[in-house]
Design a binder for this molecule. Structure first.
Ligand code: UT7
Length: 328
């Protein structure tokens, strides 16, 4: 073999965009009053400390793969595509019940997407922003044309129902987008990283364990470290904060959402920009929270196609990621 042999390189479109958006929330709604029946908690504490009024808990038939596939089906239809147009499936999740097979191949099977590249991303609650960066890069490299990116979680499989600190926060659900090539830049560069001093502050130790989190430590980190990540993502995209229409932070705690919004506004964003506050009726769905929140806001007419979104995810790891993109 010749040392001179050149390995051919694929090249994709210079730019990418989100072409479709969809979400799925489980049928069962669990209110704070419902939780008061089984836990030493109360509506006033939950609303004032976390901002949640109700969340959705998945039933037996609503698995990570099932919810992810339903969200994916809607996103593909929203993009005006068929499942056969999708060549890569990525699922961001940290709550799959089994190590194998991975969620992406299960979602592909449910949707009848034949032979896609498929792998999962576990960056916990930052998973959606990580996945968006990977999807965008795959397309720009020429390795994929239409990527289905899903954020899907069944957190109730991993929460101790008697642990009042965690059982009131988390919910189940899935959100999805289709990422495609574009003639104009509609997804900005990612600003991401992880805090290696805090790797254990949120964890599930092993298959017999539940979610553990040092709430106060994570709260302090989220309210100090995350707004600068979002501001950096806007700078990397060359976008003025004043031009951002929608701020879509991960929905971990309404007080954290409001703290991030305050800092982003103080840095130059418009005081009236739309801030996604879907946690109130969906709870914390980890990697699902950003696409679920955006899809619900779009359905409610609070945001519209073409709006410029600044999304920022953060969570276990501790991991964070942010980018600017335009809503489909
Ligand atoms: O999504 C991944 C990233 N995660 C986050 O960003 C979460 C960040 N952390 C938080 O959002 C908050 O720290 C929590 C919502 C997790 C907890 O809220 P907190 O205001 O930090 O409460 P705390 O854990 O400091 O507890 C304060 C008090 C304690 O009672 P004492 O010791 O002061 O008597 C708790 O036992 O509130 C008590 N408490 C509750 N009371 C009623 C804890 N959970 C509950 C509850 N109902 N469900």
């Amino acid at each position: 073999m010749s040392a001179d042999t050149v390995i051919g390189q694929l090249t994709g479109p210079q730019f990418t965009r989100i072409t479709g958006l969809g979400s799925y929330r489980p049928e069962r709604v669990v209110t704070n009053a419902d939780l008061e029946q089984i836990l030493d908690t109360n509506d006033e504490w939950i609303r004032s400390r976390v901002g949640i009024a109700e969340r959705h808990f998945a039933g037996d038939h609503e698995s990570v793969a099932m919810m992810g596939a339903e969200a994916g089906r809607l996103a593909i239809a929203d993009a005006g595509l068929q499942p056969s147009d999708i060549d890569t499936v990525l699922v961001a999740t940290c709550t799959l019940p089994s190590q194998m097979p991975h969620a992406s191949t299960q979602v592909a099977a449910r949707l009848g997407i034949v032979a896609p590249g498929s792998f999962d991303i576990n960056a916990a609650c930052a998973g959606f922003c990580y996945g968006l960066a990977v999807a965008s890069s795959l397309i720009r490299a020429g390795d994929a044309q239409h990527v289905l990116l899903v954020g899907a979680e069944k957190l109730t499989d991993w929460i101790d129902p008697t642990d009042r600190a965690n059982a009131i926060i988390f919910g189940d659900g899935a959100g999805a987008v289709v990422v495609s090539g574009s003639e104009t830049p509609e997804i900005g560069p990612v600003s991401w990283g992880c805090s290696i001093d805090n790797t254990e502050t949120i964890h599930i130790k092993d298959r017999n364990s539940f979610v553990y989190q040092e709430g106060q430590t994570v709260f302090r980190w989220a309210t100090s470290a995350i707004a600068p990540v979002a501001i950096d993502a806007a700078a990397k995209a060359g976008v003025s904060l004043a031009d951002i229409d929608v701020l879509a932070p991960h929905q971990a705690n309404l007080r954290i959402v409001d703290s991030i919004a305050k800092k982003v506004i103080a840095a130059g964003a418009h005081p009236d920009l739309v801030v996604i506050r879907d946690i109130v009726t969906t709870g914390n769905t980890s990697s699902g929270s950003i696409p679920i929140g955006l899809d619900r806001a779009r359905a409610a007419g609070e945001v519209k196609s073409g709006d410029l979104v600044l999304a920022v995810g953060y969570g276990a790891g501790l991991t964070y990621g942010s980018q600017v993109f335009r809503l489909p």
